[in-house]
Design a protein. Structure first.
Length: 402
């Protein structure tokens, strides 16, 4: 099988009952990015019941139209009533990882796996199932894996639809782009946990906060892939302080989400566009991730830099220390790669858990970035982030959010 595999599950027998979940092939980044030409084998949990032909389960299903459909727009909502391609069948063992990129069915299995993986990640952080905001009108999310000649992806009341950035280019489908699927799933999950506006959102940061969170959930999803973690850390020798320093992180990183957080924007630096307004808060969360990551490395002896000595690690780090990190021999980093990787995974989960659990403290119609930052700090103080609370607060203050 032409994919990145992992030993667990390699000898699985029939998946009757699917107690361990179901295997799919997923590209962590679009396959045209060097180093990501092969998909990675991932497990999708069976907490929502068995995953059947479609693919489908009790939370979502794929609807692949025979004829090109128009994107959903009010007042139209799922289910799609036109003719559909036959549902994709699992293999004899109950898994879908026999369906590779060369198969016409791959867009269906890939988009389903990406969407479900993001839901699984967020549910693991909050510690329970996340009911859809469109229930009970609709019980399941409908995924349309391809709308030809439509340069967009969108999510809404019961649907996730994916177009293509270049018509006729099979690798340009948004269904193959984990970033795009994860971003749209971020909107759906946030609506389901936070709730929907009763008013028009004027005088709130509701819409720009949505964009920031959708981007950050996409980042959390990327950091769940071994492929991405290994490439990122080995390429930078574990020195993620490079982000925002002389643009070197952008030069070294192929990971689109990580590059998008490479900014020094504060709240007062952006205009009225919701995407621009989202950037300081999203980057502030990334600053928090780096602070916790660096703290864990110092505590575990894989780095000599103690971030607690700096009120603003990004700004106050002496450039010479950054350069020294770049010049460190690759061989010396390899001796501590797996310890560094474990620190990044822990930092990812500490910050991710605080973000997802912060939503319980927010109201859609009164949401501001300041309220969101305070909710994030409250959730962190009630979880594993309590040890880093002062650093997390400093990150938000530097961005002008507090």
């Amino acid at each position: 099988m032409d994919a990145i595999t992992h030993p667990e599950g390699a000898s699985s027998g029939a998946a009757s009952g699917q107690p361990l979940g179901v295997r799919f092939l997923v590209f962590p980044q679009p396959p045209f990015i060097p180093g990501y030409e092969k998909p990675e084998v991932v497990w999708i949990g069976a907490s929502a019941g068995p995953i059947l032909a479609g693919p489908s389960d009790s939370r979502m299903y794929v609807a692949n139209p025979v004829e090109p459909k128009s994107p959903y727009a009010a007042p139209y909502i799922p289910p799609y009533t036109g003719l559909l391609q036959p549902p994709v069948e699992p293999g004899p063992d109950g898994h879908f990882d026999h369906i590779g990129p060369g198969s016409p069915a791959f867009l269906s299995t890939h988009s389903f796996a990406c969407a479900h993986r993001v839901l699984d990640i967020c549910e693991s952080y909050v510690g329970r199932s996340i009911p859809w905001f469109f229930e009970p009108t609709l019980e399941r999310l409908e995924i349309v894996p391809r709308i030809p000649h439509w340069d967009n992806a969108q999510s809404g009341f019961g649907f996730l639809e994916l177009g293509e950035s270049e018509p006729g280019n099979s690798t340009a489908s948004f269904a193959l782009n984990f970033d795009a699927v994860a971003h749209e799933m971020g909107h759906l999950i946030l609506l389901s946990e936070l709730g929907v506006l009763q008013g028009d959102g004027r005088d709130t940061d509701f819409f720009s906060y949505h964009e920031a969170i959708a981007d950050f959930i996409s980042l959390l999803g990327l950091l769940q892939f071994d492929t991405a973690l290994d490439r990122l850390l080995r390429r930078t020798s574990g020195n993620l302080l490079l982000h925002n320093e002389l643009d070197k992180f952008s030069e070294l990183s192929d990971e689109k989400q990580l590059r998008s957080f490479n900014n020094s924007l504060r709240i007062g630096d952006v205009g009225s566009d919701v995407h621009d307004q989202s950037k300081p808060f999203a980057a502030g969360l990334f600053d928090c991730l780096i602070e916790v990551f660096q703290s864990l490395q110092f505590e575990r002896g894989t780095s000599d830099i103690d971030p607690r000595k700096f009120s603003d690690l990004r700004r106050q780090m002496v450039p010479a220390l950054i350069e020294e990190g770049l010049r460190a021999p690759k061989a010396s980093y390899e001796l501590k790669h797996f310890a560094t990787k474990a620190a990044l995974q822990d930092a990812r989960d500490i910050v991710g858990e605080a973000v997802v659990r912060s939503w319980r403290y927010l109201e859609p119609d009164s949401l501001t970035f300041e309220a969101a930052a305070l909710a994030f700090l409250e959730a962190a103080s009630r979880g594993r982030g309590v040890a880093y609370i002062d650093q997390l607060e400093d990150c938000m203050r530097w961005r002008g959010i507090l």
